[in-house]
Design a binder for this molecule. Structure first.
Ligand code: VAH
Length: 313
């Protein structure tokens, strides 16, 4: 069976559906700490799980004969800065336990998301390479960098088949904006279809690597189903699709909503965004296991504006 930890999150909400479509709902167990959030998982098995509750997690893995774990639970960048030690504890202790569990229970595969947040202010900003200086200055980024080191360690030392992607900002319409610095790009669509003015917490020219959720789901499943020998990088793969700024995404929406308006009020999240790259070189993912993105900004905007107005949360 396939276990998703943090299934009700932005990535989990869509990845769980994709995994159930692939393996059948009875083979997928969606878990999250928030009981109410599990109501939407009527197409697969679901159960409340606090990822920090290690004995419950171990019992669940044994009882349900889990062979794959997608560990998606984490505190994101902006929220993490408000509660650094809690964010570090949750992000790190939970990963270490999942890796140890994979080793002890001889699980087949583990998936754990990393992020462009592993890059810091002195990382090359344009076409950021797969291997480069990484001095992240957010708790979230520090936890993702440390997590990458642990993933590679458990693969090399114990043969745990853990795989990972450094996601850019993920944009989707099936979950509400969360605690991410890139979540302005989710919120902007909600404001547009509600006929409201949008206040951007990032400056208009803040370029960030971004990806539409269907591309992120495809990359995740492509990586997890690639033959083992093709997965040559066991820290985490750079992954990219597009880069845009608040002004550019606003313009792409305004083409469909001519009366839409924006203003810019940068806050603490500007410094986080400024510490991240403008664009990412993901040639290794494309070479090693055939990654290829489908969505650019215009195509994403058309798809979101088509679906969001009638999507029920
Ligand atoms: C965040 N959405 O903003 C996440 C992501 C690259 C950004 O890691 O924290």
């Amino acid at each position: 069976r396939v276990l998703i930890i943090g299934a009700a999150g932005q990535l989990g909400s869509e990845l769980t559906q994709a995994l159930a479509n692939m393996y059948g709902g009875d083979q997928v167990i969606a878990t999250d700490i928030n009981p109410r959030s599990l109501e939407k998982f009527d197409y697969c098995k679901s159960q409340v799980l606090d990822v920090m509750d290690q004995s419950s997690l171990k019992k669940l893995v044994q009882k349900e004969n889990v062979k794959h774990i997608y560990h998606l639970a984490a505190v994101l960048s902006a929220t993490g800065e408000k509660n650094p030690l809690f964010a570090w504890g949750l992000n790190m202790d939970s990963l270490l336990f999942v890796l140890e569990l994979a080793k002890e229970e001889k699980l087949d595969k583990i998936y754990w998301p990393s992020s462009i947040a592993v890059f810091g202010p002195n990382t090359p900003k344009i076409n950021t390479p797969q291997f480069c200086v990484k001095e992240p200055n957010t708790v979230y980024g520090i936890s993702k960098q440390a997590g990458e080191r642990w993933c590679e360690y458990y693969f090399q030392k114990f043969g745990v088949d853990v795989r990972s992607l450094r996601y850019p900002g993920l944009i989707g319409y099936k979950s509400l904006p969360g605690g991410g610095t890139t979540d302005y790009a989710v919120d902007i669509y909600h404001k547009a279809i509600a006929g409201k003015h949008f206040v951007s917490f990032l400056k208009e020219d803040t370029l960030l690597p971004m990806m539409y959720m269907p591309d992120a789901i495809k990359a995740t499943l492509d990586l997890m189903h690639a033959p083992k020998e093709q997965v040559k990088i066991r820290s985490s793969y750079n992954l990219a699709a597009m880069s845009f700024s608040p002004k550019e995404i606003f313009e792409s929406i305004k083409a469909h909503y001519p009366n839409f308006t924006i203003s810019y009020e940068p806050d603490f999240r500007q410094a986080i965004a400024d510490s991240w790259p403008d664009s990412i070189d993901d040639s290794r993912a494309r070479e090693d296991w055939g990654w290829n993105h489908q969505y650019d900004l215009q195509k994403m905007t058309v798809d979101i504006l088509e679906h969001l107005p009638t999507y029920s949360f």
